[in-house]
Design a protein around this ligand. Structure first.
Ligand code: G16
Length: 549
């Protein structure tokens, strides 16, 4: 495939980081940007191999660290249909990054990498090897978020892909993560000359269709105003671009849209800040309307409003699931399709206990629980339901419509409900959670259901909950089972957590290592705020003590 000499030269030029350990985790590789050039170079190669294994089909690569601080960056690989790279490929990405990053001279690193290739090309990478030998050229589409480190890191990725594989690369420049997923899938469908405009046109057309079916003109009927907090990230210019042609733009107000100041990214704003701290982002002062916060790459969204007691009320991913579950149950009933099409919700262990109860008991829809990470939720939604709604409590999620959904809906006599189901499926970015498309979906569902934010917030009451972080010397010693709800290691820790939880009314708590940050996450919920604070503190202490032993 290539000579030691050529590879060693490239390693000299693009892979300054060595003697480190990397893992392709929850959302690809992530970490301090200064430690990632070798990883990006490795990812360029993996993306090419993935494209080759698919006979040159287009593979997407997004350079982003989403909700992480501005000094971090990361990268993830996207399939031609816009979904995440298959899990089977994750260990390959991990191995390649770590082989390129071994301690040693560039010659030694190149030698080790070539040995790895030799073995894998005969083993797991056989199909990539076959197509490579037949002269197939890989195709990549790439983009990055607004972080300062993006251009340099992307150049490492492009170098590997171009020099080693002569890959065809379409660089979209700055995009949100969901735009990259969407445009990858459009490119793979064979649409020629895919540009960003396609994304805006698609979602505006879908909105216009839904709005026309329900007589929504230039004013959203159940909210007075909408404040969008874009976390000072790349979502800011993108949503502004889309909404510049939106009929209801007069109701919108933007905050935290200084995306050209990368040091402000996610700083006291954005979905992760709002959800974790359960408070308004910096600059929010709309006590009458609805607020929403995106994260750094606009793949998550949470909403909030001020209630009559002047209190902050969060409408997170669990609430979005509840709204959509209510909306689709009602539409299926109106269309007479409730027995033909299955509707289900996918959550993670972070879902509030009362949201699960509301979905199962009040709305009577099935709920599955899977591990954290969009890929797990997505897979469950695709395989189990005709309308699979998945949202993590942090606001990351989407809705997936099965091929059967489209077939059944097409066969029906036209009615408002049937047409709404069809049009709504276009309003949702089915490739991945998308703050912009989810926001339009929520606004449409609220308008059609005639729900105000208050109504939405009062459908059920969340159990008081806390999400905390503990920094430990080595988070990899925390091993979980049962969809991450229980620890198997460190030995004995789960039994102590169980004992502690028993002392609290409606107590629940679990511990898991983050896949995107160097921390262990502690989640707790209980019957009241005092108890949840105490429970969180106790479990945090147990985690800290277990790390000192
Ligand atoms: C990523 C993943 C999400 C996950 C979040 C936190 O989100 O895509 O599925 O919930 O990280 O994961 P962890 O608890 O493992 O750190 P994002 O928005 O940062 O890409």
């Amino acid at each position: 495939m290539l000579s030691v000499h050529t590879l060693a030269k490239l390693i000299d030029q693009y892979c300054s980081n060595s003697d480190r350990h990397y893992v392709y985790g929850t959302a690809g590789f992530r970490g301090p940007a200064a430690t990632l050039d070798t990883v990006l170079f490795a990812t360029g190669i993996i993306a090419c191999l993935r494209s080759l294994a698919l006979n040159g089909d287009v593979v997407g690569v997004m350079v982003t660290a989403s909700h992480n601080p501005p000094v971090d960056n990361g990268v993830k690989v996207v399939e031609p249909d816009g979904s995440m790279m298959p899990e089977l490929w994750e260990p390959l990405a991990t191995q390649l990054a770590n082989t390129l990053a071994i301690k040693g001279s560039s010659n030694e690193r190149a030698q080790a990498t070539l040995s790895w290739f030799e073995k894998e090309l005969k083993d797991q990478l056989q199909s990539a090897n076959k197509f490579y030998n037949e002269g197939v050229v890989p195709t990549l589409v790439v983009a990055r978020d607004s972080r300062e480190s993006g251009p340099k890191l992307l150049s490492c990725l492009v170098a590997g892909a171009k020099e080693l594989f002569h890959a065809k690369i379409h660089d979209f420049g700055l995009l949100t993560t969901p735009q990259l997923h969407f445009l990858t899938s459009e490119t793979a469908k064979g649409v020629s000359n895919v540009t960003e405009l396609r994304y805006y046109r698609h979602f505006l057309q879908a909105w216009n269709h839904v709005a026309q079916l329900h007589g929504i003109g230039d004013h959203l009927p159940t909210i007075s105003s909408l404040t969008i907090d874009a976390a000072n990230g790349i979502g800011a210019p993108k949503v502004q671009e889309l909404l510049s042609q939106w009929a209801c733009r007069g109701q919108v107000h933007f905050i935290n849209n200084k995306w050209t100041n990368p040091e402000l990214l996610n700083h006291e704003c954005g979905a992760d800040f709002v959800k974790s701290n359960q408070r308004f982002p910096l600059g929010f002062n709309d006590s009458k309307g609805l607020g929403c916060s995106y994260d750094g790459d606009a793949d998550r969204v949470v909403f909030y409003y001020v209630n009559e007691s002047n209190k902050f009320c969060l409408l997170d991913g669990d609430r979005i699931s509840a709204l959509f579950a209510h909306f689709f149950s009602s539409m299926l009933k109106q269309a007479g399709l409730q027995s033909q099409l299955s509707l289900g919700i996918v959550q993670t262990a972070y879902a509030n206990g009362n949201s699960t109860e509301y979905l199962q008991k009040t709305l009577q829809v099935p709920v599955s629980c899977v591990k954290t990470g969009v890929k797990h939720l997505h897979h469950e939604a695709v395989t189990k339901y005709d309308i699979g709604i998945y949202f993590e409590a942090n606001g990351h999620g989407t809705i997936i419509f099965s091929p059967k959904f489209y077939k059944v809906v097409k066969e029906q006599e036209r009615s408002i409900a049937v047409e709404t189901l069809e049009a709504f499926s276009q309003l949702i970015n089915q490739t991945v959670g998308d703050a912009i498309s989810d926001m339009l979906g929520v606004l449409a569902a609220l308008s059609i259901s005639k729900w105000t934010p208050q109504h939405w917030g009062e459908e059920f009451t969340d159990l008081p909950n806390r999400l905390a972080k503990v920094i430990v010397p080595d988070r990899s010693v925390f091993i979980t089972t049962d969809q991450e709800r229980r620890l198997t290691k460190p030995e004995g820790l789960q039994a102590k957590i169980d004992e502690t939880v028993k002392c609290f009314q409606k107590g629940r708590s679990f511990v898991r290592a983050s896949g995107t940050e160097d921390a262990v996450r502690v989640y707790a919920e209980a019957a009241n705020v005092e108890e949840v604070e105490q429970l969180t503190k106790k479990v945090k202490n147990l985690v800290m003590n277990s790390s000192q032993n």
